[in-house]
Design a binder for this molecule. Structure first.
Ligand SMILES: C[C@@](CO)(OP(=O)(O)O)[C@H](O)COP(=O)(O)OP(=O)(O)OC[C@H]1O[C@@H](n2ccc(N)nc2=O)[C@H](O)[C@@H]1O
Ligand SMILES: Nc1ncnc2c1ncn2[C@@H]1O[C@H](COP(=O)(O)OP(=O)(O)O)[C@@H](O)[C@H]1O
Length: 288
């Protein structure tokens, strides 16, 4: 088999409404997600052979602490695809455990790169975020993450910012006092452009934001810094945190704000890009 590379983009929860809780403890969600042109890169090559399990190496600026054994979601995805004969390499650019689905997007990249189509329940057992990462375009996500409906969004210039604290997803859900909150409106409107899209997003919520700030006050500091950036229209946390995003109407404004923020907070992880559909970029690229 040829060596294949797949881009694993960051998943951003533009909204995250927690609308209920199932008997098994998992929470029901109503979330609008988009994908950023910022992400990890997975390389799939022939490995030592069947029966020995996939091998994995990890490099990149965010590699520290990422598991290199069978617990890594990329190994679990290869096993699910019944491909234990692979050598996997992961270049980590996304901070782990940070609310932008890095591990889930990596697992989805394995399945995309192998053209594997396991059933939805098996995919969900890898992680609730993996199914949405198989189709990295804007979508509404319901259920616990398995009900996916494509959405039309204008390109959204954004900064992604992580204060270098990790918050555990189960702890954040546990700290949410009310599990039954209003969903988004039944219809997501057709947006004429970036301005009315951001206006609408501003009326929605991330219900996990307040409990995450209670556990990690640094998240509040990030949001305060983002909302005061020049031309910032909306600042919100993604997923269960701690990564937050800031939205702008133009790429120039986004770049200007990025320069500003990097000067003030050299210790934060900061990335910039236009969010939207990363499906094309996330396609496998074969090397001879
Ligand atoms: C909160 C979200 C929003 O997109 O994103 P992240 O913060 O992880 O990026 C996801 O629902 C996270 O998905 P993911 O991280 O794949 O979840 P899993 O590994 O399946 O579950 C980790 C833990 O999160 C909680 N969990 C997850 C999903 C869900 N719908 N309800 C939950 O209660 C459970 O406590 C579960 O044990
Ligand atoms: N490929 C991977 N990249 C990052 N973390 C991984 C990976 N595989 C397994 N993990 C584990 O999964 C946990 C959640 O990571 P991640 O998916 O990046 O976070 P989140 O669900 O908050 O977006 C981490 O604590 C890490 O130990």
């Amino acid at each position: 088999m040829p060596t294949t590379s797949v881009f694993a983009p960051a998943k951003i929860n533009l909204t995250l409404h927690v609308t209920g809780q199932r008997g098994d403890g998992y929470h029901l969600l109503d979330s609008l997600v988009a994908f950023a042109p910022v992400g990890d890169t997975l390389t799939i090559a022939p490995g030592p052979g069947a029966g020995r399990g996939p091998t994995l190496t990890v490099s990149g600026p965010e590699a520290a602490g990422v598991p290199v054994d069978g617990s890594n979601l990329v190994c679990k995805a290869a096993v699910l695809a019944e491909r234990s004969d692979l050598a996997l390499h992961l270049h980590k650019s996304l901070p782990a455990a940070s609310g932008i689905g890095g591990g889930s997007s990596d697992a989805a990249a394995v399945l995309r790169g192998l053209d594997a189509t396991p059933d939805l329940q098996a995919v969900m057992r890898l992680g609730a975020d993996v199914a949405m990462c198989l189709t990295p375009h804007p979508q509404r996500v319901q259920g616990i993450g398995e009900q996916l409906t494509s959405a039309q969004l204008p390109p959204l210039p954004a900064l992604l910012v992580n204060p270098r604290v990790q918050v555990a997803t189960p702890a954040v859900f546990k700290a949410l006092p009310g599990k039954t909150n209003a969903p988004m409106p039944s219809q997501i409107p057709g947006f004429g452009g970036v301005t009315d899209c951001i206006d609408w997003l501003a009326m929605q919520r991330n219900d996990l934001q307040a409990p995450a700030i209670a556990l990690a006050p640094e998240i509040g500091a990030v949001l305060a810094a983002l909302i005061t950036l020049p031309a910032c229209r909306l600042a919100r946390m993604s997923g269960s945190g701690a990564t937050c995003f800031a939205l702008f109407e133009t790429e120039d404004q986004m770049q200007h704000a990025q320069t500003h923020l990097r000067k003030a907070h050299s210790d934060w992880w900061i990335a910039a890009g236009v969010m939207g559909d990363q499906s094309l970029k996330a396609r496998p690229v074969n090397h001879a």
